[in-house]
Design a protein around this ligand. Structure first.
Ligand code: 13P
Length: 212
């Protein structure tokens, strides 16, 4: 199977998995991958991630022009912004999963990192999670914000909306997204109980053992 056909198959599979795990619902969320030649495969707008058709997935030039397939996600522009800033990124996952979106609706005293480092896997897969201010879905003004934050972060959270997570492969981005959602869930389960997040020394040790 050639690269494009294989990645189309993987997008359908990942969409089905995320939908089955209830991380994606309705027609919310979008997925993309970058091919060797720099073109992007992105899920079509208003499609359910649980029922993607490999042949209808949109293919875009690096500048965002539609090469083939259905009309692309209205959020394609922020997927492109992540790829522009992160040369090693090969996949981007954006979903509206419940616990992460709940975190995005809270008032936060600071926006540099809105989830505590509760577990090693959160530190390894997600890292710091900055909060970006609210933009309407599809608002192109978001691209500049995403570009800026992408320079130093593989994960970010859009206020009152949901996370954007990138990875060196679709599997990596999906695993990171799942880890983020689980940490958001833990955060609410722990609630007001006295909690011990990982210390700076423990985080530095993880970063050294598992560099991102
Ligand atoms: P699209 O259907 O255009 O991909 O938009 C869904 C979404 O998640 C908006 O943020």
């Amino acid at each position: 199977m050639n690269e494009e056909a294989e990645l189309r198959r993987k997008l359908v599979q990942a969409g089905g998995l995320l939908y089955a795990r209830r991380l994606a619902h309705g027609s919310a969320g979008n997925l993309s991958v970058r091919l060797e030649d720099g073109t992007i495969l992105v899920t079509p707008t208003n499609s359910s991630l649980g029922f993607l058709d490999a042949d209808r997935i949109s293919r875009l030039s690096p500048a965002g022009e539609l090469i083939s397939g259905d009309r692309p996600s209205k959020e394609s522009f922020f997927h492109l912004a992540v790829y522009e800033e992160r040369p090693a990124a090969r996949a981007v996952v954006h979903l509206h999963s419940t616990y992460s979106v709940a975190v995005s609706c809270l008032c936060h005293a600071q926006t540099a990192n809105v989830l505590p480092p509760l577990t090693a896997y959160h530190v390894m897969r997600v890292g710091k999670l900055p909060l970006l201010r609210y933009f309407r879905p599809g608002d192109r003004a978001l691209a500049d914000e995403v570009r800026k934050v992408s320079r130093n972060h593989r994960s970010m959270l859009l206020a009152n909306h949901g996370p954007i997570v990138s990875g060196a492969s679709l599997e990596e981005a999906v695993y990171a997204y799942e880890e983020l959602e689980e940490t958001a869930k833990l955060y609410f389960i722990l609630g007001d109980r006295p909690t011990r997040p990982l210390s700076a020394t423990e985080i530095a040790d993880i970063d050294q053992a598992f560099p991102s």
